[in-house]
Design a protein around this ligand. Structure first.
Ligand code: AMP
Length: 270
């Protein structure tokens, strides 16, 4: 596995390769990230992961400084997973970077409390695409809104790169794996599995109750543990507008703050 640190090295090293599949990450890797590498191996011949904690996608009062950075561990996980290259750019990747606006669905859900987040995401992903020129890029469906925005943005900008989504990997107790789980207090870690429990309850009862009833029930259940979701919604998976009661395909999406740690999760029903 070879490490690439800058744009000119990337161009030189990757010049002769085709069928490249890219897995963009911010590091502090867990089995969720490794599953994206596995997915990339299904479609590409050359696998590149990138590790970059992108300042552009953090708001002023967010956790950029405390975001966990574990480069050595990450590199061994990627090597073991079968990556060919890891792109670890230095901060100068942002020098003279052209900034882009994310499509309008970025204003919904997470965009309500993180208004510039998705602009930062599409800007850095576009830069990664320009530097590494992959044929495929794999993103986790845990960040469902991000996946949708990226698909839409690169379609609108006429990129030929195939964008693939990969299923959510969970801890044994159901909590979606996240680099931020390590930042939870032990008490908050104990109650965190309720996020997936409530999503599952909604999924299992979606045919028996109205969407409003299900959401009110879950919010009541969360309240008993002093959990106050930022949002909990049942949505059309393409438009992120509220779903109708008889829609067969819906996204149940949630964001919750436990202490200072913001967690997101979802279940897609097809
Ligand atoms: P991050 O390093 O958190 O920016 O995530 C990098 C990529 O890994 C994104 O495409 C995420 O959606 C994906 N990812 C993070 N956690 C999970 C998970 N638990 N299951 C599947 N994919 C994930």
């Amino acid at each position: 596995m070879e490490i690439i640190n800058n744009e000119s090295q990337a161009k030189e090293v990757l010049r002769d390769f085709s069928e490249i599949a890219l897995v963009p990450t911010m590091g502090n890797l867990h089995s969720g990230h490794v599953s994206l590498v596995d997915k990339a191996k299904e479609v590409g011949k050359i696998i590149i992961a990138s590790i970059y904690v992108n300042p552009l996608q953090f708001g002023i009062n967010e956790d950029f400084d405390s975001y966990p950075r574990t480069l050595n561990d990450d590199l061994s996980k990627l090597e073991q997973a079968g990556c060919d290259f890891v792109f670890c750019p230095s901060e100068n990747i942002l020098e003279n970077i052209q900034k882009y606006k994310a499509p309008d669905i970025s204003k919904k859900l997470c965009g309500k409390t993180r208004p510039t987040h998705f602009d930062g995401v599409v800007t850095i992903v576009r830069k990664l695409f320009e530097v590494l020129n992959p044929d495929y890029a794999v993103f986790g469906l845990k960040d469902y809104q991000q996946f949708l925005i990226i698909k839409k943005f690169f379609k609108e900008h006429n990129f030929q790169i195939k964008i693939l989504g990969s299923p959510i990997i969970r801890e044994d107790d159901g909590l979606a794996m996240s680099s931020r789980n390590n930042l939870l207090t032990s008490q908050d870690r104990k109650i965190a599995p309720q996020i997936f429990e409530q999503l599952t309850f909604i999924k299992n009862n979606i045919k028996n109750k109205t969407h409003d009833e299900l959401i009110i029930n879950s919010i009541e259940a969360f309240k008993k543990n002093n959990i106050f979701p930022e949002y909990l919604s049942i949505l059309n998976p393409e438009t992120l507008e509220d779903a109708s009661e008889n829609d067969a395909s819906v996204l149940i999406a949630i964001a919750v703050k436990l202490g200072n740690v913001r967690l997101i999760d979802n279940i897609l029903i097809n």
